[in-house]
Design a protein around this ligand. Structure first.
Ligand code: UD1
Ligand code: CA
Length: 449
């Protein structure tokens, strides 16, 4: 059965106290909206409609960035969840298949759960995702009659008996698309909130003799983000899961609780990750690589046998081949480090290619930026860059070449050449002694005054 996703993302998120729309706040380096879309991907949706409202322009831009085929609807006034879903109707005109409603601020619905809902659709026309709440608080309550869901009652409208129900509505609902919109068209707003409740479609379906049922998931999956505290809790929940998964996948985390992953971090088995390592988006670390303590990585690739850190920073476009060494206080950006290259201390290598087995001495800087343009530095295989060399790009150092330490290299260095780009040293015999004597005499005079 083809499936369409309708993701509700119109809410203001007042409690976030933010200029940014709620669904664009990030967990593990990706907007909440991206997490909701990733969950929905389990259903291989034929169409996805985002219903935006507050900050619609920013939400639309972000959504298109995530998926250029996404359809967008705008709900200018937030009149309730049924009204929000109704805004997606024009985009799904004539669509034959199921529509599944997700919330853009609920990032953790598992793929398995959505697949279970799709399966339950063979038994029920309307399937609602429920959970048993530890503290049901203000959630909508699911009123069951055996296996049949009779209706959903919102907390505000519930009787004392209904409020005692602990089976709650997560908000995720699946039904045949055309039928969903038919039911929604019948929803009114005579209730305690004066809103058009999506939840009312269950009672409307039952009144027509149409069946409704429930799939139950873990409460953790339904965690919604309404405040900064919720956002922090969502981040913590994501990280806890990512750490467990990494350990299960055969990765050594010396102190798991100090390692932070992004939504898309990929690490091979037998990699060793020391304490206090942060992975930003777009990182791949191959099997057997070793990331030492206090490193920050984003948008980079670390190959087998490479050792990084402690205290290294790998920025987007850092490509470390096998057996590369990147040591302490080294920053690498948009640079290919070929097999066996070594940059062990205090260096910045940006917009560069470093050849096989090349050795970059302490304090080397690729001066890649002239204030307007970025320029490249090419370093050949087996080159030896002396400590404290400034490589003023664009510049190349040939294979097997050497730069004297302290050099400012402004011209290309041929293969096998030694480049000296520094002032020549001159020794003045005895002059230090004379200078000291004069200064000490001066100090003695000052004390007497
Ligand atoms: C809703 C459900 C409730 C469920 C709870 C789970 C209804 C009537 N109630 O309640 O049964 O237990 O979620 O969290 O559906 N939204 C729009 N436009 C609107 C209104 C809401 O896009 O006009 C979006 C919000 O941004 C949010 C989601 O829909 O992402 C849920 O809306 P919210 O107002 O938070 O619903 P609740 O009252 O929490
Ligand atoms: Ca809510």
């Amino acid at each position: 059965m083809p499936t369409a996703l309708i993701i509700l993302a119109a809410g203001q998120g007042t409690r976030m106290k933010s200029d940014r729309p709620k669904v664009l706040h990030q967990v593990a380096g990706a907007p909440l909206l991206a997490h909701a879309m990733a969950a929905g991907a389990a259903l291989t949706p034929e169409r996805t409609v985002i219903v935006a409202g507050h900050g619609a322009d920013a939400v639309q831009a972000a959504a298109l960035d995530l998926d250029p085929d996404i359809a967008l609807a705008v709900q200018t006034e937030q009149l309730g969840t049924a009204h929000a879903v109704a805004q997606a109707a024009p985009e799904l005109e004539g669509f034959r298949g199921d529509a599944v409603v997700l919330y853009g601020d609920t990032p953790f619905i598992r793929p398995e759960t959505l697949l279970a809902m799709a399966e339950a659709r063979s038994r029920h026309a309307v399937v609602v995702l429920g959970f048993v709440a530890a503290d049901p608080a203000r959630y909508g309550r699911l009123v069951m009659q055996g296996d049949t869901l009779e209706r959903i009652v919102e907390y505000k409208d519930a009787t004392e008996d209904e409020r005692a129900i602990t089976l709650c509505n997560s908000g995720v609902i699946a039904a045949e698309s055309a039928q969903l919109f038919e039911l929604i068209a019948e929803v009114g707003n005579t209730n305690a909130a004066g809103e058009y409740y999506l939840t009312d479609i269950v009672a409307l379906a039952r009144a027509r003799g149409v069946s409704a049922g429930v799939v139950i998931c873990d409460e953790a999956e339904t965690l919604g983000v309404n405040s900064r505290a919720d956002l922090a809790a969502a981040e913590a929940a994501f990280q806890a899961r990512a750490r467990t998964r990494a350990l299960d996948d055969g990765i050594t985390l010396v102190a798991p609780e100090t390692v932070f992953f992004a939504h898309d971090t990929v690490i091979g088995r037998d990699a060793l990750i020391e304490p206090n390592v942060i992975f930003g988006p777009g990182v791949t670390v191959e099997s057997g690589a070793h990331i030492r303590a206090f490193c920050h990585l984003e948008g980079c690739h670390v190959s087998r046998g490479a050792v990084v850190g402690p205290y290294a920073r790998l920025r987007p476009g850092a490509e470390l081949s096998e057996d590369v060494r990147v040591g302490n206080f080294v920053e690498v950006k948009n640079a290919l480090l070929a097999e066996g290259a070594k940059i062990n201390h205090l260096s910045y290598i940006g917009d560069a290619t470093v050849g096989e087995r090349a050795n970059i001495g302490a304090g080397t800087i690729t001066c890649n930026y002239d204030g307007v343009f970025k320029h490249r530095t090419e370093i050949g295989a087996d080159a030896f860059i002396g400590s404290n060399t400034m490589l003023v790009a664009p510049v190349s150092v040939g294979a097997g070449a050497m730069t004297a330490s302290g050099s400012v290299i402004t011209g290309n260095v041929p293969d096998d050449a030694l480049a000296l780009g520094r002032a020549r040293q001159e020794n003045k015999p005895g002059l230090a002694r004379k200078l000291f004597d004069r200064l000490k005499a001066q100090k003695a005079n000052q004390k007497r005054d």
